[in-house]
Design a protein around this ligand. Structure first.
Ligand SMILES: C[S@@+](CC[C@H](N)C(=O)[O-])C[C@H]1O[C@@H](n2cnc3c(N)ncnc32)[C@H](O)[C@@H]1O
Length: 440
């Protein structure tokens, strides 16, 4: 009943109300869509096709409410016991752990849903029609998508309890296991005790070529910058990076992305002497992928092929590492700069010769979750490199940038997606965009 004593309508919904819902779609962000008398309900822990009983958890917006499944009335054939018991629907929604919001769905269906999110985002935001199958990382099917996470953050509350956050709050959930974590990460994480109430955050890391460790921080919000270095191995190469510096989280992700970027580049459009760039380059993983592919062999005069490649990265420690990681390549440079400013500088200072080197370039870009954004895309359109390889971890941000780039003169010539975060809603896209005048 509402305040006037009448039966509740969708407009009166408040937190705690329970609704029977037919779940119709997946939405971006690990949630699912249903309607209650026309009002959109974003439901967690559901699967499209299910009928569920869901409890309203947020009702501040007029256009939609949020709810969590408390009982499955008609289950999807894709429903499984949650891979992490601490996130199961049998728990009160407030006490479900976050970070595994697809863990109740079989892996093949998770990937189909991720593909649907990519297709929908491209259609809705960019008017682009593409079906993108989502490929598993090697070994994940055999391990049921578990044990991949080489980095994990835990938190402590004022009572000294340590654990991950709940699904939709910053409450600490105490757990008995971490099934998505690499075994070394899990062992270390389970051993953490908040010995001092000052300890607020714990980064647990298991690098592939250094011993596993925990970095303790007294501030849960401040980025933790360990300056001592660790090492990661990818194929024949080793990379150095800062202890809590950026590195791909899935243990297979560096190798998967290296191979994907290498094969996404059109070799007919690749010019070794062009102004090739690895934007948002981190410690040089993707620059190395390009160098390893195109430095092979000799040119027509019999000299070793030298590839010009500059990484652009805002974190000076990562840049320093990139310079070391790429130092065997004479044509490699590592610059500390924000990408928008760096590209703006290239635009302002262009000469006829540098503009031509830029137009022949291959540009890799692997921005953070928010995407490259309008200003960077506009600069890329002005500089007009021959091909862009866009590595994206957010389908919506990618679709927004793809709209700018395709409307400005690029054609998507290839796109792949990888399930590098099993049991979560995250997915990695690798897209090739070629300047339209170069497409046959
Ligand atoms: C998704 S990571 C990719 C790193 C690298 N490509 C890799 O795979 O290891 C994004 C990187 O961009 C950097 N970054 C974020 N915003 C930036 C900006 N505006 N300009 C330059 N670098 C930025 C971050 O420090 C981070 O290293």
């Amino acid at each position: 009943m509402n305040a006037n004593g009448n039966p509740k309508t969708s407009a009166d919904l408040s937190v705690g109300d329970e609704l029977e819902l037919d779940v119709t779609n997946v939405a971006h962000g690990g949630i699912f869509v249903a309607r209650h008398e026309g009002r959109v309900v974003f439901v967690s822990d559901a699967i499209p096709g299910e009928r569920v009983l869901a409890r309203v958890t947020e009702a501040r917006k007029k256009s939609f409410v949020r709810a969590s499944v408390v009982r499955v009335l008609e289950a999807s054939p894709h429903r499984r016991d949650h891979v992490w018991a601490s996130a199961d629907v049998s728990r009160d929604p407030a006490h479900r752990v976050g970070g595994a919001e697809f863990g109740h769905i079989d892996l093949a269906e998770q990937r189909r849903l991720l593909g649907e999110v990519i297709t929908d985002s491209l259609k809705r935001m960019a008017g682009i029609d593409l079906v993108v199958p989502v490929e598993p990382a090697p070994g994940d099917d055999e391990r049921n998508g578990l044990g991949w996470r080489t980095r994990m953050s835990l938190h402590a509350n004022d009572r000294g309890q340590v654990g991950p956050y709940a699904a939709r709050s910053h409450d600490i959930i105490r757990v008995k296991d971490y099934p998505l974590a690499h075994p070394e990460v899990e062992t270390l994480a389970l051993g953490i005790k908040a010995n001092s109430t000052a300890a607020k955050a714990f980064d647990v890391v298991a690098p592939s070529a250094s011993p596993p460790f925990v970095v303790i921080s007294e501030d849960s919000k401040r980025p933790r910058k360990g300056h001592s270095r660790i090492r990661e191995r990818v194929g024949e190469r080793e990379f150095e990076l800062a202890k809590t510096g950026f590195w791909q989280v899935h243990r297979e992700a560096p190798a998967v992305l290296t191979a994907a970027v290498q094969s996404a580049i059109d070799e007919n459009l690749f010019e070794p002497s062009a102004m090739n760039l690895d934007l948002y380059g981190g410690v040089g993983l993707l620059a190395a992928a390009v160098l390893d592919r195109f430095e092979q062999g000799t040119d027509e005069t019999g000299r070793n092929i030298q590839v010009s490649m500059t990484t652009v990265e805002s974190d000076p420690v990562a840049t320093e590492c990139a310079a070391n990681n790429l130092k065997k390549s004479a044509g490699a440079l590592a610059e500390t700069a924000r990408v928008d400013r760096y590209l703006g500088f290239l635009e302002r200072t262009a000469t006829a010769e540098s503009a031509e080197r830029m137009r022949k370039a291959t540009v890799i870009l692997d921005p953070p979750r928010s995407g490259a954004g309008g200003q960077v895309c506009e600069s890329l359109l002005n500089l007009a490199p021959a091909q862009l390889i866009y590595v994206a971890c957010d389908p919506v941000a990618f679709a927004r940038d793809a709209k700018t780039l395709t409307e400005g003169g690029y054609v998507i010539s290839g796109i792949r997606a990888f399930d590098l975060f099993p049991h979560t809603h995250h997915v990695e896209i690798v897209a090739s965009l070629v300047r339209a005048d170069l497409v046959e």
